[in-house]
Design a protein around this ligand. Structure first.
Ligand SMILES: NC(=O)c1ccc[n+]([C@@H]2O[C@H](COP(=O)([O-])OP(=O)(O)OC[C@H]3O[C@@H](n4cnc5c(N)ncnc54)[C@H](O)[C@@H]3O)[C@@H](O)[C@H]2O)c1
Length: 257
């Protein structure tokens, strides 16, 4: 059920419909605004109802209360998008949380529930609709923590590495259906997620990216024909597909990027 929805206020003419998880804040909110600015109808799916509803109203989209760690919530969000706007073309699986430095099993489950299950379930929920329509695009917000180890937050890094494996595997698997899937791998971005890390980041002289830089990268990834790629994004740089080391003498049949 939608908590809010309203008429379309965008100016550009397009029938494209997008679902953005974690769209109430930070990167997801920036992408939702950007998509809406180019005329896409956006469904914001998040646990934060107040901010999500307010954003949806501002951009002429819709909000659907969604806990991405619950499969049924993902399915309901997809169904709501199709019911409200008639189709689904773009799925930004973006909701995420930190993990912490301790190897705490309960925290592990919470973080994996949002960061990994949330993306896996999001793919499972949206795939039938994209297949039915004959194509579509998934963009997953992973992290640079999916490409390098993070000793100060191993659980987060595990979850983001797993997302890279998911994207690299599903890229070739979904291509015949006209469905692409790519991962955005930003370095640190100025959002509430990293508020607690600010002192460490400032001290280390690490430049934070603005969310608009990530929204630019999202648009770049959306505009390419690439699939199954992890797009590294750093401050002041354009996104570029990360090149993994090749495995020597791997049979050609297994040689995906
Ligand atoms: N901020 C960074 O430095 C950074 C860097 C790389 C990757 N990322 C990734 O970007 C994504 C977005 O993070 P952000 O930085 O915009 O943070 P943010 O905290 O501003 O936004 C995260 C959003 O996810 C929502 N969310 C949390 N748990 C949820 C759940 N169970 N179901 C649905 N929604 C849920 C929150 O309510 C929030 O709106 C995350 O996946 C994060 O790991 C962030």
């Amino acid at each position: 059920m939608f908590d809010t929805d309203s008429t379309d206020h965008s100016t550009a003419e397009t029938d494209r419909v997008a679902l953005v998880t974690g769209g109430s804040s930070g990167i997801g909110a920036a992408v939702a605004r950007r998509l809406s600015g180019s005329g896409t109808k956006v469904v914001v799916a998040d646990v934060d109802e107040d901010r999500g509803s307010a954003l949806a109203e501002r951009i002429g989209g819709a909000f659907h209360r969604t806990d991405v760690s619950v499969l049924a919530d993902n399915e309901a969000a997809v169904a709501a998008a199709v019911r409200r706007f008639g189709r689904l073309d773009v799925v930004h699986l973006n909701a995420g949380v930190c993990g912490g430095a301790e190897l705490d099993p309960e925290q592990y489950r919470r973080t994996m529930g949002v960061n990994l299950d949330g993306v896996f379930y999001g793919v499972c929920a949206a795939l039938p609709e994209l297949r039915r329509q004959g194509g579509g695009k998934f963009v997953v917000t992973a992290s640079i923590g999916g490409l390098i180890g993070m000793p100060y937050d191993p659980i987060y890094s595990i979850s983001k590495h797993a997302l890279i494996g998911l994207v690299r595997s599903l890229g070739p698997a979904l291509a015949p259906a006209g469905i692409s899937i790519n991962a955005l791998c930003p370095n640190f971005v100025d959002t509430p997620l990293i508020a607690d890390d600010r002192p460490f980041l400032d001290e280390a002289g690490i430049e934070l990216m603005d969310v608009e830089h990530v929204a630019d990268a999202f648009e770049t990834v959306m505009s390419t024909e690439e699939t199954g790629r992890a797009w590294l994004l750093q401050a002041g740089r354009k996104p570029e597909p990360y090149e993994f080391a090749r495995i020597p003498e791997l049979p050609e049949a297994l040689d995906f990027p």
